[in-house]
Design a protein around this ligand. Structure first.
Ligand SMILES: [Zn+2]
Length: 620
């Protein structure tokens, strides 16, 4: 054993007595086995010290840090082992007693990345071919220094021959070892890395000298074959955001686009990058590409709306303090709207695809029974429990509606500004005023409800606080469709599935008969959900059961769809044989309307503002 004093001297020699930078080395060479090895050196001084594992992850709006997957924790100072004890209440906190003379702790642990798990960044993130690394999963940090003030110097080793992309500044690389420039803990956690054996970086061009990159990591080389048309559309997206916001709050921007059927599918925003994960064939098959087209626009918008401008309650300055989600209808809702209108502005959707998507959103919200008990604001306040809520009885529960209903409310605000100003102003002006500013390096400017209402008023005088409060607190049976209707369109239903609807069903492997018999069934017969108080529910069908037969014939999607078609001619009820647990049930659904799917049709009584809203701002 070496003496404590000797260890302290060695530590000082290694790091410098005044150096408060935390060193972190992540070995990701076992990523194909979903194991990540971490070694850290954390400056310390004698006495009690608490190390934290990040719990509240920015952008995930909840305590989602995957602490259960941290294993093999050892704390030492050189060869001297130092015992640690987890806090009895806070599972994310580890207490150590730093011996006299010790100036730095050596911390080692492994992180197990979960297999085939849904969720956000704590879901599946690694396959044998690729990995997405979120630094918050690979570090502990001292409790008493704010993450903005804590400097981290990171190195990363990736599997041999894997390439990578990140917004983090690189100091040097050699072989498969990358050394990054020091960054604050906030910035490090905000800068994930994607890496893989099948990897391609597409240059999306510079706008006013600010570079944009699309980093593709996939489970196959074939999945990287983005078409020149799609590349051009993503370049349009860059130009359209410049026109919309007027400035950029980053030095360069990196889309980390991961294409795999075996990682969790979601997008997570960062200031200078986004972690976007979709099915392997998203870029090469038409259906998935179209149905997922708004993901990158959404996450990109967050660089302005979410990262630069953030509700005060979501900007806690750390990873250990609970977040308040009450303004998520701005953070996520406005982002959802802007992402969805930037998609056709960029050409990633045709105007018709945009309208079919909006029709699906409008119909879902307009028929949702949960809106009579849960006001929209509560979905935002309860965000941290809603992301993990079940899919069954979903429209009775009402889930994270601040996304889709945000689209409807901000569309209505956009249409209202355009109407009141007789076309002189629009929500584009709000975005320039609220999200613009000098631009440059990442910055954070928090806001409150009053700031939102005041900026709207500065663009177009109106009772915006009243407008927003009415919609946030309503328990009316129907959705706010004023934006659709005054924008020159109407929600209607007919028996025709749009190409967009078919693509969504195909992507989700689902038969969606919500608006006819009130049933959503997977291709394997699993009844995902029923429309609460709809025909199937009234007949006694419950979700999380299995459809075995339709009108005495073995279930297939076609058999079911044709049985519903026949009801248009006033035929017999649709008879379902359903398996619930170990028991079989027969349900007769009294329904006479045939198939029904939502669409938007032109409302000639109002000018077509919707088409004006989705028209490109940049001439090309
Ligand atoms: Zn979002």
């Amino acid at each position: 054993m070496r003496s404590l004093r000797a260890i302290a001297v060695l530590t000082c020699m290694a790091w410098g007595a005044q150096d408060s930078t935390v060193k972190i080395a992540v070995d990701a060479t076992d990523a194909p086995r979903r194991l990540f090895h971490v070694r850290m050196t954390i400056p310390a001084k004698a006495g009690p010290m608490t190390l934290l594992y990040p719990e509240w992850i920015p952008g995930e709006h909840g305590p989602t840090g995957p602490i259960a997957n941290l294993v093999g924790l050892k704390v030492s100072a050189g060869e001297l082992a130092i015992p640690w004890k987890r806090d009895s209440v806070n599972m994310y906190a580890f207490h150590v007693d730093v011996p006299a003379g010790v100036a730095a702790l050596d911390v080692a642990f492994d992180f197990i990345s979960p297999p085939e798990a849904a969720g956000f960044s704590s879901g599946s993130s690694a396959t044998t071919q690729l990995a997405v690394l979120n630094w918050n999963q690979f570090l502990l940090y001292p409790k008493d220094v704010p993450p903005d003030k804590l400097q981290f110097q990171a190195t990363l080793r990736v599997p041999n021959a894997w390439r990578y992309g990140t917004a983090l500044k690189i100091r040097r690389e050699s072989g498969n070892q990358i050394e990054f420039e020091p960054a604050s803990l906030t910035r490090l956690v905000d800068s994930p890395v994607s890496t893989g054996a099948h990897y391609r970086t597409v240059d999306l061009g510079a706008d006013n000298g600010i570079a944009h990159y699309l980093h593709l990591a996939a489970d196959s080389d074939r999945a990287l074959e983005i078409s020149p048309e799609t590349t051009a559309q993503y370049k349009n997206l860059v130009a359209e955001t410049g026109a919309l916001f007027g400035s950029r709050h980053y030095a360069s921007y990196h889309f980390l686009f991961t294409l795999s059927d075996h990682v969790a599918h979601f997008g997570l925003e960062h200031h200078e990058s986004s972690d976007d994960r979709l099915e392997e064939r998203t870029l090469i098959d038409d259906g998935p590409r179209k149905t997922a087209a708004s993901l990158l626009p959404h996450e990109f918008v967050h660089s302005w709306n979410g990262k630069y401008r953030r509700p005060a309650g979501l900007a806690t300055g750390g990873f250990d303090a609970p977040m308040k989600g009450d303004l998520l209808w701005v953070y996520e809702g406005l982002t959802n709207y802007l992402g969805e209108i930037l998609t056709p502005r960029s050409g990633l959707w045709s105007p018709e695809e945009f309208r079919e998507s909006l029709a699906a959103t409008a119909a879902e919200l307009d028929t949702e029974s949960g809106r009579t008990w849960r006001p929209l604001e509560d979905t935002a306040i309860a965000a941290q429990i809603l992301y993990g809520a079940g899919d069954d009885y979903a429209e009775y529960r009402r889930s994270v509606d601040y996304y889709p209903e945000g689209t409807l409310i901000w569309l209505e605000a956009d249409v209202l500004i355009r109407s009141l100003s007789k076309g002189a102003k629009s929500l584009n002006d709000f975005c320039r005023a609220f999200h613009g500013g000098p631009g440059g390096a990442p910055a954070l400017k928090t806001y409150t409800f009053d700031d939102v209402a005041a900026t709207l008023n500065s663009v177009q005088p109106y009772d915006w606080a009243g407008f927003l409060n009415t919609r946030l607190h309503s328990t009316a049976a129907h959705a706010p469709l004023g934006g659709v209707e005054n924008g020159g369109w109407r929600l209607m239903y007919n028996g025709v599935r749009s190409e967009y609807w078919k693509a969504v069903e195909e992507r989700r492997k689902l038969v969606d008969l919500t608006y006819s018999i009130g049933l959503k069934v997977k291709e394997d017969g699993s009844i995902v959900d029923i429309a609460y108080r709809g025909p199937a529910e009234k007949a006694g069908v419950s979700p999380s059961s299995k459809l075995i037969a339709v009108d005495k014939r073995q279930f297939t999607p076609t058999v079911l769809r044709e049985a519903v078609q026949k009801t248009a001619a006033g035929a017999e009820p649709v008879e379902l044989l359903v398996k619930v647990g170990e028991f079989y049930e027969v349900h007769r659904i009294e329904y006479r309307g045939g198939e029904k799917y939502p669409h938007l049709e032109r409302n000639p009584a109002a000018p077509d503002l919707l088409s004006a809203i989705i028209a490109p701002m940049v001439k090309r």
